[in-house]
Design a protein around this ligand. Structure first.
Ligand code: ADP
Ligand code: MG
Length: 626
């Protein structure tokens, strides 16, 4: 071939950065490049196997599906070949010259951060191939696509450029020839490579032949019977399938024959990487049919909120030659998803019963996904209610309760489940909304995450009991025997008479104008003079907080309707009733301050400048001014 036929191309800028990070990384994790290349070879074989079922290609149809590894410790090269799907010239350029998601800057930043910290994460970002340059002086990729088109050779030393030239005489698949760096020549040793394959690639579902000998066990672990599989094998498989270094938190392995034939092996990881700032997770469960991979990291086989699961689902009922597009609205896939999801929810419930502490750990890390499920997935909403956990007035700080536990502790005559949202337990407990709950000994959930009210609103009710926020207007709490009736009588005796409080409410409403819809006498405040309650079940105070926090000024133009309730037994309110006669102006200033205080206790935004100057005016009076 002449020089002119060799094209030299620049790597995309992002790719150059990744190469830079890889080349300059610590080489303690160098072994992983073998894992990445073998896993690419296996992916290519899976793709071919699936393609061959859909299209029945003729080119090189007889070539056995396998991976071949050759070590040459004289030439210092390592060669990894597969008879997989191969690449066309265009595919070579996009797959080995650019980064798929680099369009989104955030993705790339996260990638760079993570890979700088730990090179072994490189595979999770879809750039595993480039790890080869930890060990390679020079890499040649010879490849020919399954359709029998022309073959090509791609070559690079990992600096700014690569070359592409045509390469005649190739069979289907890809051969990667690595010329090893001087300090990486151990990878030309059969012994070293065999160790690495045993450590990382045991579960590759194709024979991996090292110098002619198969070095892995090809049998699919999920189709074996549970009793034959050791804990170690399970964990190893998790690490393999999840590209993970941790040990899984939970594992569910089951087979069913009816209504569908299913073999499933799924894991909950030890950590939630989505929270740790790694961006949105891709689904982690692969769909197989009779041990043939149909859909890797399938978006169809489980609902989105279960994207944190890793593992494998195999169903013999699926047609082997189903295309990935056809999976999306396939009725059988839909059924599979339903069965799998129901079983996984049931599994979590059983685990929670078996070991509540461990479930709590799960909840702390992955509860956010369950909440996402409640708010986004109508189909499983009711089942998911059982999995929810919140702190409550009956739990110690930091420990949580299920809705079922709450129901078990409900007072006689209580038919609703109560909750109140707030930024912290301390803030909630010192606020006005829980006063009557405390007094009557009625349990109330403390929902301490901003999205929790959203979750409760979506769930609506649980086990036939309505979920009610304690800042709802016109809340009637059940009378309980715990309440000291003598004391109650005393409170009532001290409260303002009905006509006076009614007049006061009317006058306050006039002062506040449109800020509140109504001002009412409260029958559930104990110590606080006033509180803000929500008339509208949708635009609640916490919804308003979320909107404001996310920069939605007026909540899509929806104004939230609020009432103010005042406490006729509060000394301040009683004095206010007098002051309104003697000094209506100053009484009005106090009303505004009470209103602002109540807003603050509801977690809502006030105008701090106006509040402070008003507050000084009040203090001046209190200090003896006029
Ligand atoms: P990922 O495997 O996560 O996609 P890689 O950086 O490992 O990321 O590989 C990039 C792409 O290069 C793969 O998606 C695949 O399209 C292509 N590729 C790599 N190795 C092979 C191979 N042996 N056969 C066919 N295609 C390959
Ligand atoms: Mg890869």
């Amino acid at each position: 071939m002449t020089e002119a036929q060799v094209e030299t191309k620049q790597f995309q800028a992002e790719t150059r950065k990744v190469l830079d990070i890889v080349i300059n990384s610590l080489y303690t994790e160098r072994d992983i490049f073998v894992r990445e290349l073998v896993s690419n070879a296996a992916d290519a074989l899976e793709k071919y196997r699936h393609q061959s079922l859909v299209e029945k290609p003729e080119f090189d149809a007889q070539a056995p599906l396998e991976i071949t590894i050759d070590c040459d410790d004289k030439e210092h090269t390592l060669t990894i070949s597969d008879s997989g799907i191969g690449m066309t010239k265009e595919e070579l350029e996009t797959n080995l010259g650019t980064i798929a998601h680099s369009g989104s800057g955030k993705f790339f930043e996260e990638l760079a951060e993570a890979v700088k910290k730990d090179v072994s994460l490189i595979g999770q970002f879809g750039v595993g191939f480039y790890s080869v340059f930890m060990a390679a002086k020079n890499v040649r990729v010879q490849t020919r696509s399954w359709d029998g088109g022309e073959g090509y050779e791609w070559a690079s030393d990992g600096s700014g450029t690569y070359t592409i030239a045509s390469c005649p005489g190739l069979h289907r698949g890809t051969k990667i020839i690595i010329e090893l760096k001087d300090d990486a020549q151990t990878y030309a040793s059969k012994f070293t490579v065999e160790q690495i394959i045993k450590q990382y690639s045991t579960f590759i579902p194709f024979p991996v032949k090292l110098e002619g000998n198969t070095v892995n066990t090809v049998q699919a672990i999920w189709s074996r019977s549970k009793s034959e599989i050791s804990e170690e094998e399970y964990t190893e498989f998790y690490k393999f399938i999840g590209n993970a270094g941790d040990e899984p938190m939970y594992r569910q392995h089951f087979s069913a024959d009816a209504p569908l034939a299913i073999n499933a092996l799924v894991y909950v990881p030890a950590e939630n990487f989505e929270v740790a700032g790694m961006g949105r997770m891709q689904p982690g469960v692969n769909l197989y049919c009779q041990k043939v991979l149909i859909d890797q990291h399938s978006e169809n086989i489980l609902p989105e909120w279960l994207r944190f699961l890793k593992g494998v689902v195999d169903s013999e009922d699926l047609p082997l030659n189903i295309s990935r597009q056809a999976l999306q609205d396939n009725a059988l896939v839909y059924k599979l998803r339903k069965v799998l999801t129901k079983r996984f929810i049931k599994f979590l419930n059983e685990e929670a019963k078996k070991d509540a502490d461990k479930y709590q750990e799960f909840w702390n890390k992955f509860g956010i996904f369950i909440k996402e499920g409640v708010t986004s997935d109508f189909e499983f909403r009711d089942d998911l209610g059982k999995l929810l956990r919140f702190e409550s007035s009956e739990t110690e700080a930091g420990t949580m309760s299920s809705l079922d536990d709450y129901i078990g502790r409900m007072k006689e005559g209580q038919d609703k489940i109560y909750f109140i949202n707030g930024p912290s337990r301390v803030a909630v407990e010192s606020g006005p909304y829980v006063e009557m709950f405390k007094k009557r000994g009625i349990e109330i959930f403390y929902t301490l995450e901003p999205i929790d009210d959203f979750v409760m609103n979506h769930l609506g009710e649980y086990d036939g009991k309505k979920l009610v926020s304690a800042d709802t207007a016109d809340l009637r709490l059940p009378e309980t025997t715990e309440e000291n009736s003598g004391e109650d009588a005393k409170d009532k005796a001290e409260a303002l008479p009905a006509d006076q409080i009614e007049a006061l409410c009317k006058w306050i409403k006039e002062r506040l104008g449109d800020k509140v819809q109504e001002v009412k006498s409260s029958d559930r405040l104990v110590d606080s003079p006033a509180m803000i309650v929500n008339v509208d079940g949708f635009m609640t105070s916490s919804m308003e907080r979320i909107m404001k926090a996310s920069g939605q000024e007026e909540g899509f133009g929806m104004s939230s309707k609020k009432d103010m309730e005042i406490n006729g037994a509060s000394p301040l309110i009683k004095k206010l009733a007098d002051l309104k006669q003697t000094d209506p102006d100053f009484a009005g200033t106090i009303v505004e301050q009470i209103y602002d205080n109540a807003l603050i206790q509801a977690g809502l935004v006030i105008d701090p400048m106006e509040m402070v100057s008003r507050n000084y005016r009040i203090l001046e009076r209190a200090a003896g001014g006029e």
